[in-house]
Ligand binder design. Structure first.
Ligand code: FES
Ligand SMILES: [Fe+2]
Length: 351
């Protein structure tokens, strides 16, 4: 699929519409997600509960997983080794994992503990009766998991240099900020829309009043894109330390996107994580998690009314899905000044 997207944005055409509507193209792209690290959770989601199922992983990498915490945090298979029931279906606090189907129990580390009515079974238990484990990576309180992942963990280096001064590991999970929306659109259309601020004046009237459109910037790096929103009103911006490369600027938001569907939106109040989870070729789940740093800034600035911005974006993305299926449309062109992030994403999708 090389060179579907010209590397020169001035010459390039956008992604062919089959990428948004064709089943086999969708299946091929999503099968490549197994190579990637994916956001699992922030450690503060394991502060009260010590067992946390990761429903989104099933759609991203085809494995049902859960996190458990005792003195360490582990990522385990959420599939019971008896007949395959999911071990945990919601977050909870317990000293063991117990399957709700026939009562098989496992330690928090996934090791087999007990099974009723199995006294006569030969060569039992064996290591295959333990829950298998998956790779887990920690960065500043953010946990990343995958099924033999190899790509894109290095893009966290980008965040380290830019926003590593924030105390991300001490941000606190706020369950009241959790949202989950299922929308009628392909996952990549949702990402396309996220990767440009071009539409802000047209689609997000209130957000447009917060951000200085002319100063909005887009930076590309391997595995992701950073968009920086500059505040019109210098009160709703970060109090940047001298160690920040952006010291002296009125930054309202750092919008990081990491391939394929992770959005880390840093605002003066904290972090809003958006997960883009493909359910099928034309159906996508958008999951929001909020982690609060400074509660007094929650209602302010670019990160103030995320529900309104989300509803505006969803309306656009669902209507665009209807449009790209038209026989009258296949590809468009990019604005070199406003759509470099979308171009970068499309190149990643097709290389
Ligand atoms: S499937 Fe879990 S105990 Fe039977
Ligand atoms: Fe938007």
């Amino acid at each position: 699929m090389t060179q579907i997207i010209d590397p020169d944005i001035r010459k390039a055409q956008t992604l062919p519409s089959r990428f948004y509507s064709d089943e086999s193209t969708f299946a091929e792209i999503v099968s490549g997600f197994s190579d990637c690290w994916h956001f699992a959770a922030h450690e503060s989601q394991l502060a009260k509960d010590n067992i946390l199922p990761l429903d989104h992983m099933e759609f991203l990498v085809g494995e049902s997983m859960l996190l458990t915490r005792d003195d360490t945090i582990r990522c385990l298979s959420n599939v019971c080794t008896h007949r395959g029931m999911l071990v945990a279906t919601e977050a909870c606090c317990s000293s063991t994992l117990r399957c709700g189907y026939h009562g098989r129990t496992f330690g928090i580390d996934g090791s087999f503990r007990n099974m009723p009515e199995f006294e006569q079974v030969e060569d039992f238990p064996s290591p295959s009766d333990d829950l298998s484990s998956f790779d887990l990576n920690h960065w500043r309180g953010l946990l990343f998991a995958g099924n033999k992942p190899s790509r894109f963990m290095n893009c966290l280096e980008e965040l380290k240099g830019r926003i590593g001064w924030m105390p991300i590991e001490s941000f606190e999970h706020d369950p009241s900020r959790h949202r989950s929306y299922d929308i009628d659109a392909n996952w990549a259309l949702y990402v396309d829309n996220y990767l440009e601020g071009f539409h802000i004046p047209y689609v997000h009237g209130d957000l447009h009043e917060e951000l200085d459109y002319d100063s909005y910037s887009t930076e590309l790096f391997e595995g992701g894109v950073l968009q920086v929103g500059i505040a019109r009103d210098s009160e709703s911006c970060f109090n940047l330390p001298k160690s920040s490369p952006d010291y002296g600027q009125s930054i309202a938001a750092y919008y990081y996107w990491l391939y394929p569907g992770l959005m880390l939106n840093f605002y003066p109040w904290g972090l809003s994580v958006n997960l883009v989870v493909p359910l099928s070729v034309e159906r996508t789940r958008i999951v929001y998690h909020g982690f609060v740093w400074d509660r007094s800034k929650l209602a302010e600035g670019a990160g103030g009314d995320l529900d309104k911005v989300e509803a505006e974006d969803q309306g656009i993305v669902e209507a665009t899905q209807r449009g790209v299926k038209s026989g009258a449309y296949d590809r468009g062109r990019y604005s070199p000044t406003r759509e470099s992030g979308v171009h970068h994403f499309h190149r990643m999708l097709t290389s």
